[in-house]
Design a binder for this molecule. Structure first.
Ligand code: CA
Length: 222
């Protein structure tokens, strides 16, 4: 998971960076709003954004990011009153934290927001599914799933161990109005493509297991 830290005060930025890195995150740094907007890309999972930045302030950066992304943003401010003002402006930040803060508290907020925004398969960290972005990453690489494939994978992975019939999966992708056999072939074809994309083996599945005569499940074995 990658976090963009936007903070002009180097000492604070360093502390945040070290703390996040120790917790296993990749960290991108920006010392100004301009750099933040330049460095931001779709691989960023969360942004920690200081309000008081030179030139472009955090408010402007937040609006700029929102034009291109729904990435979770934690806004950092120096005054409690600012938090209320910002909430009133509805600029689209996901959380607010007041300086000075303990890195531990920041980390807890980061983890809580990321849990909220993504289905992370706790027993298989190699496959990360992000509901908001509708993306999946296998061993750190993006998996080029179609929307339909994503919905099927997300449905299965959202409830590991639960057996889904082909009918259940078809409802998840809004694909009614077909004969039973056509429907089964549709789902089977999608599952085959998904397995190929995530590098899963139907004979020895790590992720999607066939339940003969019924459907599929996302494995809950570790
Ligand atoms: Ca600052």
């Amino acid at each position: 998971m990658k976090i963009l830290v936007v903070e002009d005060e180097e000492s604070i930025r360093e502390v945040i960076k070290k703390y996040l890195q120790l917790a296993g995150f990749d960290v991108l740094e920006a010392a100004s709003g301009e750099v933040a907007l330049l460095k931001f890309n779709d691989s960023v999972d969360l942004v920690i954004l200081d309000l008081n930045l030179p030139n472009r302030d955090g408010l402007e950066v937040c609006r700029g990011l929102r034009k291109k992304s729904q990435v979770p943003i934690i806004m950092v401010t120096a005054r409690t009153e600012e938090i209320d003002e910002l909430k009133g402006l509805a600029i689209g930040a996901d959380d607010y934290i007041k300086k000075p803060f303990s890195p531990k508290v920041l980390l807890a907020r980061v983890q809580s927001i990321l849990r909220r925004s993504s289905v992370e398969t706790a027993n298989r960290p190699s496959l990360i599914i992000n509901k908001e972005k509708m993306t999946a990453r296998k061993d750190g690489k993006d998996v080029p799933l179609t929307t339909t494939q994503f919905k099927i994978l997300q449905t299965l992975a959202g409830q590991p161990g639960k057996v889904f019939t082909r009918g259940d999966l078809l409802s998840a992708i809004d694909g009614g109005g077909q004969s039973k056999s056509a429907m089964e072939r549709t789902i089977d074809a999608h599952i085959k493509s998904i397995r190929k994309l995530i590098g899963d083996d139907s004979y020895n599945p790590k992720f999607i297991k066939t339940i003969i005569g019924t459907g599929y499940k996302y494995t809950d074995e570790t």
